[in-house]
Write a protein that binds this ligand. Structure first.
Ligand SMILES: Cc1ncc(C[n+]2csc(CCOP(=O)(O)OP(=O)(O)O)c2C)c(N)n1
Length: 647
């Protein structure tokens, strides 16, 4: 780390540098980011793009007295460096190291613990209003929001509200790099590109001011008049309507890599005393050729890469995403009614391949999961079958639309949730641990949790055949393991492992299957007979689950989601309704926010490992008293169930 970088302990330290020194500092920060992020993985492209912008913000405002907010928060690395956290980058996104998003526990300069896009303007509105109500008129709220995040509905709800208040000390910095992951598309993106094309406009005003001010007496008043009709002039040069018609003062467009120019605009905005939009143009991945040349995503988010070439260090194994992606393409060739919808995440959800083959049937709605869900209901109404692919964590946002627009209308829509379960390094708001509980309460919805690649393909095929109700498939992040074949399927339930005795029925949900099979094998060595089954479709659950469970002394459910309201809880309700008294235990995620760290570390903390599951099975088996053995045990054993362990 350079001496200059090392010397940065607080934003106030930036004041000592001249502009040429600041430019050097920007270069050093870029080198530092490339070095550190290439080792740990993270959001490289977005941060390389905001180096000068973040420097200018921290030189103009006094954080934490002034509040600096970053929408989504993935572009806050430079902010972290400037607020004394450069040392923490050795363990970026790792256990004990700094988070990939703002985090209050790390610094008084971090306010929103975000990661979900389009919320920052609402935070900014609330904080600025709070400051006004508290009489703290010396405080400014600065909110950096990307052109991608501006496509989210919440951003517009906030803008509408902010515009209604003239006395808020609130500056909205639109960081326009023309990209979400991929190029930002839609009407707003087109509008921003029109604004970008007006870069000569501010210069024209400056020139006009210079000339007119030199004209004695009438000069300044004429300039004021000219400025007064600014909007009109701008509308002639380029349509300026939207922001100013909303009642928001607009400054820009400004070169976001020119620290002096950005500071000048921020200074004018600061003294305006009402909400101002400062439109800044930046380049995603700036200063790093592999990122700039990455047409698809500009290194939006990378894994561990060679810092010189930007090439991933290790070859990745086939992922859950790629299995889904390939299957959807092959289904798309047969089924002309299939339409794919992404919320600004074409590549990460694997829909990029579908787009290559069927561009006319691929829709990118922007960061707008709510709209994606309801629009899918509309598409289904016309006889098409939409496949909405989003990360599990982002479906949270579209719950009402899933419930009332899709499910109530029994729309034949397939939702595909990637990154379900504990995800790891992206922290508390990125875990996909709520989906099973949330979707469990949606009438008409079918939910599948495939355990392996073959089941992803199979449940996807089954799901697109459901035309009179919505369906949803969820699978985790990362490499998909080998297929786990069933040696028997009964009423849709796969039997994966047969215990020698009927001690425990282990119900494995989704990708927990390999752990469960291993745990059952270990428990067998301890003399406990465990039969492992996988229902594949966890909603609705087949009624035969009750019949099956009657034969066992206890039932255990293992799921990669919150235990509270999850599948175990649905099953125990089912058993209660059927008057089945068999004890039921559950292993899953407790109701808590889980900090960033590797998925394997978190699962181990939570006891979701083969060893721990097996220990639990042994303990639970020994705790079942024989006199509590369910009456149903007296039922004749199913002849077809061979009691020998087969794995
Ligand atoms: C609700 C939600 N949906 C999807 C995402 C995934 N996501 C993270 S960053 C991003 C693009 C953000 O683009 P922009 O705001 O322009 O910031 P940039 O990375 O270009 O600086 C997306 C889609 C998210 N964070 N939140």
């Amino acid at each position: 780390m350079s001496k200059r970088l090392e010397s940065l302990q607080s934003p106030a330290d930036l004041a000592k540098f001249s502009y040429p020194e600041l430019e050097e500092l920007a270069g050093e920060i870029r080198g530092f980011l490339i070095e550190k992020v290439s080792k740990s993985g993270g959001h490289l492209g977005p941060n390389l793009g905001v180096v000068e912008l973040t420097i200018a913000i921290h030189r103009t405002f006094e954080s934490p007295k002034d509040t600096v907010l970053f929408d989504t928060g993935h572009q806050s690395y430079v902010h972290k460096i400037l607020t004394g956290r450069a040392q923490g980058f050795d363990k970026l996104r790792q256990r004990g190291g700094i988070a990939g998003y703002p985090n209050r526990a790390e610094s008084e300069h971090d306010v929103i613990e975000n990661s979900h896009a389009s919320t920052a303007l609402s935070w900014a509105d609330g904080i600025a209003r709070g400051n006004a109500i508290n009489g703290q008129s010396d405080r400014t709220v600065v909110c950096v929001v990307g052109d991608g995040a501006l496509t989210g509905g919440m951003s517009w709800e906030a803008l509408n509200n902010i515009a209604s208040s003239e006395n808020l000390n609130l500056i909205i910095v639109v960081n326009d790099n023309e990209r979400s992951y991929s190029p930002t598309i839609g009407g707003l993106a087109t509008y921003l590109s029109t604004l970008r094309a007006t870069s000569g406009y501010e210069k024209f005003l400056e020139w006009g001011k210079g000339v007119l001010e030199k004209t004695p007496v009438v000069g300044t008043p004429i300039f004021e008049t000219l400025h007064g009709v600014k909007k009109g002039i701008k509308d002639i040069i380029a349509p300026q309507g939207m922001f100013e018609d909303l009642g928001l003062k607009y400054l820009g467009p400004i070169d976001g890599h020119d620290i002096g120019a950005v500071e000048k605009s921020l200074q004018s905005a600061k003294h305006f005393g009402a909400p101002v939009i400062v439109h800044v143009i930046t380049e995603k991945g700036r200063g790093y050729a592999p990122a700039v040349n990455d047409e698809a995503e500009k290194f939006h988010a990378v894994g561990i890469v060679d810092p010189v070439t930007g090439i991933p260090v290790s070859k990745s194994n086939p992922s859950w995403t790629s299995v889904f992606s390939d299957e959807l393409v092959s289904l798309g060739a047969k089924r002309k009614d299939l339409v794919a919808i992404t919320a600004a995440m074409l590549g990460p959800t694997g829909l990029d391949k579908f787009q290559e083959h069927f561009p006319e049937r691929t829709i990118d709605v922007g960061i707008a999961e709510q709209h994606a869900a309801t629009s899918a209901a509309g598409l289904a109404f016309t006889g098409l079958h939409p496949v909405v692919a989003v990360y599990s964590t982002f479906l949270n946002r579209a719950f009402d639309q899933l419930l009332l627009d899709v499910a109530l209308h029994k729309a034949g829509v397939t939702f595909v949730l990637d990154r379900a379960g504990v995800t790891g390094d992206d922290g508390p708001s990125h875990h996909g641990i709520w989906d099973l509980a949330l979707t469990g309460i949606v009438p008409t919805l079918h939910v599948a949790a495939p355990r392996d690649g073959e089941r992803v393909r199979e449940t996807l095929r089954e799901s697109i055949d459901i035309s009179d109700a919505p369906s949803l498939i969820r699978f985790p992040k990362g490499a998909v393991g080998p297929d786990i074949p069933a040696f028997e399927r009964r009423d849709g339930i796969d039997v994966l492992y047969r215990g020698e005795s009927a001690d425990i029925l282990l119900i494995s949900i989704g990708a927990m299957a390999h752990l469960c099979v291993e745990a059952a094998a270990q428990a067998y060595r301890e003399g406990v007979g465990v039969t492992v089954i996988d229902p594949r479709w966890v909603k609705p659950l087949p009624a035969s689950l009750v019949t099956m469970a009657r034969r066992y002394k206890s039932v255990v459910v293992v799921e990669d989601g919150i235990r509270h309201g999850g599948i175990a809880s649905t099953i125990s309700e089912m058993f209660r309704d059927a008057n089945l008294g068999v004890p039921i235990h559950s292993i899953g995620v407790p109701l808590t926010f889980i900090e960033h760290s590797k998925r394997s570390e978190i699962l181990s903390d939570l006891g979701i490992t083969a060893k721990n599951i097996s220990n639990q099975l042994v303990t639970w088996s020994s705790s079942v008293k024989d006199d509590l053995t369910p009456a149903a045990m007296q039922l004749p054993l199913d002849e077809s169930v061979d009691r020998k362990p087969n794995r």
